[in-house]
Write a protein that binds this ligand. Sequence first.
Ligand code: CA
Length: 219
Amino acid sequence: MADILIVEDDKKINELILRTLSMMGHRGLPAFSGREALLALLGEQPDLILLDIGLPDMDGFLLMRRISEEYADIPVICVTARDEVPDRVKGLRGGAEDYIVKPFAMEELLARIQVVLRRFHKEQTIFNIRDIEVDLAGGIVKKAGHTIQLTNREFELLKVLLINKNIALSRERLLSLAWGMDFYGDDRTVDVHIRRLRQKLGMEEDIKTIFKYGYRLEM
Ligand code: CA
C-alpha cells in the first residue's frame, strides 16, 4: 500500500502509529526529529508525511513549508497538540493537506490518511480476499469471477471494513462511517447489513463479531 513517513518525537506515539499503519498494510518510516525527517526524505520517496508540529529541534511550521516547497508532490498531514489549535489554519496555509489534533483516535487518523491518499491517487483501490475481489473505485464486487450485486449501503459498509481492515470497529463507528453522521439508526441496522454481506460474499469467517462491541474484517 503506501509508504508513510511518521515525524513524531514521542517514541510511544510514533511506535503506535507505526504498528497501526503496518496492520493496515502500509509501510511506516519513523523519524524522531525534524533533522531525521529531512534525512529520510533524501533517501525515501514516501507517499505521505505525518508531521508533528511540536518537534524538539525545529519549528514544525518551518519544516512543513520547507517540505511543501522541496517535495511538493508529497502530501502532509499535520499533527498538532490541543493548545496549538489556533495554529491549525496557519498549518493548512503552510501547505498541509489536513491536520489532526492530539489526542486522536487511530481510526480517525487512518480515515484522514485514506482521504488524502485517495485525493493524491495513492491509495489501494483493489482488495482481494480469497476468491473475492473488490474494486472500490469501480464499485464492483466479484466472487470467483462472478459479479455480486450489493446495495449501495452494503457496498459502503464493505468499503469501510476494507479500509479499516484488521481493526475492530464499534457499531456506532460503522454507522457514522457507512451511513453518515446524520443517519438515524440503531445497532440492529449494522447487524442486518453485516449478515447480508456475510451471506452474499461467504464472509462468515472474515468478518468477526467483537462481543458487545462491533465487527472486524480480518485479512
Ligand atoms: Ca512532539
